[in-house]
Design a protein around this ligand. Sequence first.
Ligand code: AMP
Ligand code: MN
Length: 333
Amino acid sequence: MTGSLEQVAQAIRAYNKFLITWHIDPDPDSVGSGLALQLALQAAGKEAVCVSPDPLGDWSRFLPGIESCKVFGGELGSALDVDAVIVEDCEPARCGGLVPYLQSGVPVINIDHHGTNRGFGEAFYIKPEAAATGEIIYELIAEYLQIPLSQPMAANLYAALAGDTGTFRYSNTNSRVLYIASELVRQGADPAETALHLYENRAYEEVDLIRAALDTLEISPRGDMSWITIHRAMLGENHWSGQQSEDVIRYPRMIRTVKLAIMFRELEPSRTKVSFRSRDNIDASRIAGLFGGGGHTYAAGCTLDMPLQEAKALVLETAARILASNSAEQSGG
Ligand code: AMP
Ligand code: MN
């Protein structure tokens, strides 16, 4: 834990007009947390607007308040004229086109659960033990700011928790998360509807892309590492959404012997996004950190300024070395 949630609450009490933002490739945790916080601040009589650094996928359409969310396209005029910016679910460096604005001297409040975030701004709270940023936002709204949770806030926070726990299946699912989820359902969040929108609301093209992605599935000779590759041509005209990463990376991670699942995605001819999912004490954030990225122990990512094939070769070689030394350590060798 770094920083203090009380300091964050104090900074929020002190200001009146907020811009809330999150990371590129937005996911249910970042967007749900942002919308819930926006609704809470508005309920407390403050002004707040959510600005996403990247377009939002279709999956986000069911979130209450999403229609008021702006997407940063280079200019926002008076929307940027606020007392403070709340950066949540990431460090400010991951806010894409908004990074120069965040460095322009505007007060920044940073709330996150990525252990690789050292904390930024005049008030920050980084809690890696939190399963989702939504868990911290729940504590902030309900316990620190003591703003009554409305149904729309609960629906957003439930989506945030569901998103980052794989709907309460991953190892970050604990009694605290389930307690908060239960409170959110009591306030009107709908688990079945949330799951439907997050997992069973894809366009045909998105599912067809999973088919093409599965065709690229590979596995290491020892069976401990498996990966999938998304070429730009596979996307056609379609935009990639954060939810699709989850759709695809689940296949290599499903394999019994796999300790490290990797997805390589070609962003541009010389830019490659790499996602990692791990288990059995393999620290994915450490591997991503070697390439300038970060994240959590069992879910992390990075972006390399390299063509797909080059990035693949480098990352696979590095990861194989780490897995080999890890298994040597475990067998006492
Ligand atoms: P992804 O690979 O985008 O599915 O992300 C997996 C996890 O790692 C998510 O919690 C991300 O927020 C986090 N993550 C991805 N890329 C980075 C990065 N460059 N720096 C820090 N955290 C990251
Ligand atoms: Mn998150």
